[in-house]
Structures are given as C-alpha cells and as structure tokens.
Design a protein around this ligand. Structure first.
Ligand SMILES: Cc1cc2nc3c(=O)[nH]c(=O)nc-3n(C[C@H](O)[C@H](O)[C@H](O)COP(=O)(O)OP(=O)(O)OC[C@H]3O[C@@H](n4cnc5c(N)ncnc54)[C@H](O)[C@@H]3O)c2cc1C
Length: 379
C-alpha cells in the first residue's frame, strides 16, 4: 500500500495548478456572471494534454487513468475554476467509449477527447425518473440499419457547448448508450434558469423521432448496463475531486483571513470557536481526498465493484466537506463572507450541488446501507 502519489502525478498537479492560477476564480466568476463560457481555459487545458490525460496513448492521449484526470479536475477547482464539463466529457463519455466502443468509434471520438477539441454531454436524468434509474423511459428502437430515439432528459449540463451527447436510453434488452450529435434533427433543448453561478448551463432535452446511424450505439447493445456502471464510477470520482478542490479553495481563504483579521487582541483564528471547525473540516477534506484517491486507484486497477463502493463513499464525504468548508469560510469572514470581493458567497450554489449531483447524498447512503451493510431496502 502506498499513500504517496507518484512523481508524475505530483508534477501533473503542480503544472495544472499553475494553469489554474493563470486564470483564477475571478476569471471564472466573471465569465459565469457575464453568461460566457470558460473556452480559453478549456482549450488551453486541452492543448496541454490535461483533459486527455486518461485517453489511451494510441489515440493521442496521456495514457493515464481516472486518478490523473481527477487530479487535474481537483487542481483546477482548487484554483477557483471548477469545470462541470470535466465531470462528464473526458470522464464518463471518453471512458465509456475507450472501454466499450468499437474500433471505429474509438478512432472517431477519442482523438477529440485527447486534445479537448471534442466535448460531449452525458444524459441520464429524466423528469419523471430522477434518482430512480429503473424508471428511465427514453427509448431507442431499431429502424432498418439504424435507430430511432424518443424521450426526454433533464438537468443536462452544457448542451449548448458540446458536439454530441451520450444518452442513456432503453432497449427491450435493457439500457443502451447512444451518441447523439447536438445538431441531430428531432433533438431540441430548453434552458433551465438556475440560481447557480456557473459558466455551464443546464437544459431539458427532447428527442422526437431522432434518427441515428447504426454506429450510434456504443459497443454491443447488450453491454449497456455494464457501460452505465463503468461510466458512473468516474463521474463520482470526478464529482468528489471537484468538490475537494473547491473545498481546499474555501479553506485557504478562510485560514488566510483567520490569521490576519484582528478585532480583539489576537487574530480571530486564535479563537477556538473558529479554529476548531476549520481543523475539523481540514480533516474531513483530507479524508475525502484519500477516499477519492482510493476509488480512483481501484477503478484504474480494474476493480470496478470495489471502486463503486469507494467512489460512492468519496462522493458523499467530498459533498459534506465542501458544504461545510464554504459555510465555515463565510462564517470566518463575517460580513465580508457575503461580499463579491471575497468570492465565497458565489461558491454557495456549487457547494450545495455536490450533495445533490451527480448522485444525491441520500442515494449514496442507500447504496452503502444496501450493498455494504446488506440492510433491506425501503423502495
Ligand atoms: C447543476 C446540475 C447539473 C446536472 N448535470 C447533469 C448532467 O449533466 N447529466 C445528467 O444526467 N444529470 C445531471 N444532473 C441531474 C442530477 O444528477 C440529479 O439532479 C440528481 O441525480 C437527483 O435527481 P433529481 O433532481 O431528479 O431528484 P429526485 O430524484 O427527485 O430526488 C429528490 C430528493 O429525494 C431524495 N430521494 C429520492 N429517492 C430517495 C430514496 N429512495 N431514499 C431517500 N431519498 C430519496 C433525493 O436524494 C433528493 O434529496 C444535474 C443536476 C444539477 C443540479
């Protein structure tokens, strides 16, 4: 067992942190407030190979694993640039296509994931299914050589800036994953107005007799369930990484402020009413990071089942850690915590998001209760 990251991973973190610092949280917030995208950052991260770090080398990627991609995501978030699309495009979509796609699908899609020139959204959530993926209604049927897709998805991030969307749909045999170009006839989208400060927007999608070619279904149609599970573990690991990165940012602001702000005879950080919560949250962030790294190591080691449990636990711990970190960082700052200048209140929405998506806190607890503890289920 080794708790020390490799030299390569450490160097990767350092390089990505430098890139993140070049842009920073002010850039990210300004883009979000202006309703603009963080395109320059995405393109530069792509050119430098950071977005494609987990894509196999033969397709132009770095040949690393989810652990490397999660490190990229965490460091960008820690620099104030949490990129929601990193959780879906290079993590779920590229991973599923690399693992399960046909040779042609891999050649078609992976080079674009490798340099970040291709972005793909991921759509599983449905208006009437929500957390219950057994109730998915979006379905494909065969039509000659191809497929026809009908249904609806909701809260899909970034459909306005991607080339295609990987849709979890249902066939008689079970779930299948289909790649739908965003310009496909019959695909429409409506933006959901969110009170969440983020450059990436959320959408409801409608598929109305969308005709797709034979190769739209990823890999073999009967492997869909396996593919969904294989994609959801990286999603949870990435969600956890984004949360721990953002939690580190909130904590660094809180600690810096607590060291220098003085309203009595000592800096406010000397008061245990502030220092103890900060110490506790620091521990919680480090525990969440450790579990995230464990989940990534299990996943990259091909141990999907154990990775599933660890990824869920990491996601839970990270979601709790960031919610506590942002809340406490605001508290430490007093009135300044709610100003635009100190950049903490703008993190509130994102800090709550980590308890809801990509999987809610309650569904993780259900998973652990039923799978780890073998308790009976209520639903
Ligand atoms: C900003 C944002 C971005 C998103 N991006 C994407 C995306 O790109 N692609 C995508 O597919 N989805 C995306 N989602 C959707 C996200 O994954 C869902 O919101 C999440 O899975 C919860 O589903 P729901 O909102 O339908 O809540 P519901 O399923 O309606 O749940 C509501 C509440 O009930 C609780 N609950 C439900 N069932 C149980 C139970 N059995 N036991 C205990 N509690 C329960 C839930 O935990 C939750 O607290 C995004 C969501 C947001 C907010």
């Amino acid at each position: 067992m080794n708790f020390v990251e490799s030299q390569e991973r450490t160097a990767l973190r350092r390089a990505v942190a430098e890139l993140g610092a070049k842009y920073g949280n002010e850039y990210f917030v300004a883009k979000a407030r202006a309703g603009e995208k963080t395109t320059e950052l995405w393109e530069e991260a792509g050119k430098l190979g950071y977005l494609g770090v987990a894509v196999p080398e033969e397709y132009g990627g770095g040949g690393g694993g989810i652990g490397d991609l999660a490190a990229v995501c965490e460091e960008l978030a820690a620099a104030g640039c949490p990129l929601l699309l990193m959780v879906v495009s290079p993590a779920i979509c590229a991973t599923v296509i690399a693992r399960f796609g046909t040779g042609e699908q891999r050649s078609k899609w992976l080079p674009g994931f490798a340099d970040g020139t291709l972005k793909m959204a991921f759509a599983i959530t449905e208006p009437d299914a929500g957390s219950n993926s057994h109730r998915l209604r979006t379905h494909v049927r065969r039509d000659g050589d191809g497929w026809v897709l009908n249904g609806s998805k909701t809260y899909i991030s970034g459909i306005d800036e991607v080339d295609a969307v990987l849709v979890v749909s249902v066939l008689e045999t079970g779930p299948v994953l289909v790649v739908v170009p965003t310009n496909a006839e019959g695909l429409t989208h409506h933006r959901i107005e969110m009170d969440l400060l983020s450059p990436e927007k959320q959408f409801t999608l409608f598929f109305d007799d969308v005709r797709l070619p034979a190769d739209a279904v990823v890999g073999a149609p009967d492997q869909g369930l396996l593919q969904v599970f294989a994609g959801l573990n990286p999603e949870r690991i990435m969600g956890a990484s984004m949360a721990t990165g953002s939690a580190r940012l909130a904590m660094s602001k809180a600690v810096a402020y607590a060291r220098q702000r003085q309203v009595w005879d000592t800096p406010i950080g000397a008061h245990q009413g502030l220092s103890h919560p900060l110490a506790k949250i620091h521990i919680e962030i480090e525990l969440a990071r450790l579990m995230t790294q464990k989940a990534a190591a299990l996943y990259d080691g091909g141990r999907d089942r154990e990775a599933g449990e660890a990824a869920n636990m990491a996601k839970y711990a990270a979601g709790e850690a960031i919610a506590a970190a942002v809340d406490q960082a605001i508290q430490v700052h007093g009135g300044n915590g709610l100003t635009a200048e100190f950049g903490l209140a703008s993190m509130l929405g994102m800090s709550r998001l980590s308890r809801i998506a990509p999987v809610s806190r309650e569904m993780v607890l259900n998973f652990v209760a039923q799978n780890s503890l073998k308790l009976p289920r209520s639903y």
